[in-house]
Design a binder for this molecule. Structure first.
Ligand code: CU
Length: 340
């Protein structure tokens, strides 16, 4: 089943925590629960904006569903995560839930999973661990870039609307997971060749997709065009404050820039900031950088005549990450902000 069919069919199990809108859906519970999820380490190819086919590995929802990033998990403090990871590839892999801050020990790991074997995580989330996490493969330094990564959201117990105790509140939440892709690296892995010692990113993705401009093939296809992907695009009415859990699995740092509203900058690389600044550009570090920010969906303050509806972009404020294949402009990591 390809990704498009998969999206039509809808996912099973925890994938149902992703509503049709693509937002992370969360219903608070007074009791802790066990969250069970199975991932299949698989591989396949995807056609990039310039028509080139590139090899990827992923934590898929089925044996054959390529999913970059993996379907996210959302839970609350006190829950038990029961994660099963089936390695369908020939190489050894693993599944590690990284710590909250750089340098923190991992929350949990399957350990190495040999070809054909199954690894498990059985982890009860302690109090005080609320936040945004990335899970990934670290058997090699580059498996993450190939697609073996995803997001884990841990909610404070008893809260539906805060990131951490007494944080500014939100109504909706989603992940923006950024990656950059050097097809030479992916090809070397595909053919079991020598891993290159240089890295030249040629594609830039948000939640696994690049944008397409009006008139391009696949423009507005939510399974191909990052502008239309319901997992990425911000869509709301005035007041629909949306938490964006930004993770950067790639090698390139980014300047994440939103139009229409400034973002409320809550955390940087896992640490709560001493005060909330409002910024329209946020520096997202490479190599597992993280930011949590709220897009407030205030009436756009600079619009004249005043507006409360309209379409605006989120793009990255450096030229390279707005391109694909070494020059195709506006086929990079970008998504849409829609005031309904
Ligand atoms: Cu701009």
């Amino acid at each position: 089943m390809d990704r498009r069919d998969f999206l039509k069919a809808g996912g099973a199990g925890l994938a149902s925590t992703l509503m049709g809108t693509g937002l992370l859906s969360w219903t608070p519970r007074s009791e802790a629960a066990t969250i069970s999820k199975t991932y299949y380490i698989n591989d396949g190819t995807r056609t990039m904006p310039d028509g080139i086919s590139v090899y990827f590995k992923s934590y898929g929802d089925s044996a054959t569903t390529l999913s970059m990033p993996a379907t996210p998990i959302i839970c609350q403090e006190g829950d038990t995560l029961k994660i099963t990871v089936i390695n369908r590839l020939l190489k050894t892999h693993n599944f590690v839930i990284g710590g909250l801050k750089a340098g923190d020990p991992p929350l949990a790991s399957t350990g190495n999973i040999a070809s054909g074997a199954t690894g498990t995580i059985n982890y009860t989330v302690p109090t005080g661990k609320a936040g945004s996490y990335m899970f990934y493969d670290n058997v090699t330094s580059y498996n993450r870039f190939l697609g073996l990564h995803g997001g884990l959201a841990i909610m404070p117990s008893g809260s539906t609307t805060s990131l951490y105790s007494n944080s500014p509140t939100f109504k909706k939440q989603l992940f923006w997971i950024f990656n950059d892709i050097d097809p030479a690296l992916h090809h070397a892995v595909q053919i079991n060749g020598t891993i290159p010692t240089t890295y030249t990113p040629r594609y830039f993705t948000i939640n696994g997709l690049s944008s397409r401009v009006p008139g391009a093939p696949d423009f507005n296809d939510p399974t191909i065009d990052a502008l239309a992907d319901p997992r990425s695009r911000l869509s709301g009415r005035v007041g629909d404050r949306t938490l964006i859990r930004m993770l950067n699995t790639g090698m390139c740092s980014h300047s994440v820039h939103t139009h229409a509203n400034h973002m409320e900058w809550l955390t940087n690389n896992g640490s709560v900031r001493p005060s909330v600044w409002k910024k329209d550009c946020l520096y997202l570090r490479n190599n597992l950088g993280k930011i949590d920010a709220i897009y407030p969906f205030d009436p756009p303050p600079d619009a004249y005549p005043p507006v409360t509806t309209g379409h605006f972009p989120m793009h990255l404020h450096d030229e390279m990450s707005q391109t694909a294949g070494g020059g195709l402009y506006q086929f990079g990591a970008m998504t849409e902000i829609e005031f309904l």
